[in-house]
Write a protein that binds this ligand. Sequence first.
Ligand code: BG6
Length: 462
Amino acid sequence: MDNKFLWGSATAAYQCEGAWNEDGKGLSNWDVFCHSEKNNVNPVTGDVASDHYHRYEEDIKMMAEGGQNAYRFSIAWTRILPNGVGEVNQKGIDFYHRLIDTCLKHEIEPLVTLYHYDLPQKLFEKGGWENRETTDAFEEYAKVCFKEFGDRVKYWMTINEPNYDTLCSYAIGNYPPNVQSLSRRWHAMYHLMLASAKAVNTYRKLGLNGEIGLVSDSYSIEALEDTPAYNQAKKNADLFFNRSVNDVCVYGHYPEQFIQKLVSDGVDTSYMFEEDKKIFQTGTIDFLGINAYDRILVKPYTSGETILTNNNTGTGDGPKAVIKDWFEFDDDPTTEKNPWGMEIYPKSIYDLLLELKALYPTTPVIITENGIGNYDKFINGEIKDPYRIDYLKGFIENMLEAKTKGCDVRGYLVWSTMDLYSWINGYEKRYGLVYVDFDNENQRTPKESYYWYRDFIRNYEE
Ligand code: BG6
């Protein structure tokens, strides 16, 4: 891996590109979901989003002017293979060639995610990630991307957040296919991990000059009490959120305790084939992409059925979880939260990085997302977001502190480059360093945090 520390920001295709039916793009599950009545919390779509498809040059130029040297974006599978497999769409390929070349022209390192939640609808209709065939389709799609872009892309990421994606899609039920079943969740998640390992194996066979990783939403798991029951809840939550992803892609196998837990829960694991073990073993990653937003605070499970909820409205409480026989979420009433109930706790990244170092000492980390959603206000031509500056500053300081303790962190990317579609939270939950006026031809205006980040990068010395 290159020595230059990556300072940049990140986006994902469905959240910013728009152009949902242009230039031969196929339909994704998110296109269909957003146009359906199931999308009823904030019923808006990503049809136009931040119009990045047409304005990427302006966005990348702004990143460069903001001192950033890295841009993480995702490829929309449906632009490359409109049906998920088979026919290749040249216009989609051309778009990403232009995007990558524009990054390089501005000396911005492109970091490319192959899958960030948007699945071709054709595959979704055949069972999506619960169907093993989707893992082969992903491998086919990944191969097309590696061959087309692998000469210039040096950082690849297979899957964004196998944990959070499947939690929303199959446990909370707020993302398509809107299911609430943990056993179905484990099934889909297994296939995501298998698809990732298959893509890594394909990448290796092509002998390209670059690195490949996976993006994991990982958490420092903490408890307010230090008792055997609380400590057990922490261990369970660590398996549930972190190690069921990270052990698999770093070490190439599932943690034994995790499999035992599924078996004792009565989860059907017949889809885990013996032959897959080799695929996992050989499909291990070069670096771990970490999306770090907050910690997870747990207490022992007491009673009741499994239930998970999220706050997608910006009013009321934060996320809640009771995971039967595993743990429950706890709450620290003394810590600050954003309007969606996300705890603001910058030390969590320090604790997490040290934990990752202890578990995976030889695996480099890139912070692939960190940021905070809020209701930013455009007043007199300016956007003052001191809360975002405080948040980023706190996380960056803690990350750099972990680096001085020997954590091998190679980069840090703010979520997000500009305002974009925040999934079912809609457009009012803004994360961008750059404001997008969605009601006024998507005009861009850098926020106060953009300038703060630019100056921070300028003054940073390794
Ligand atoms: C991460 C995702 O989980 O968090 C992003 O990779 C997402 O796609 C970000 O937008 C913030 O979450 P949300 O739900 O507030 O948009």
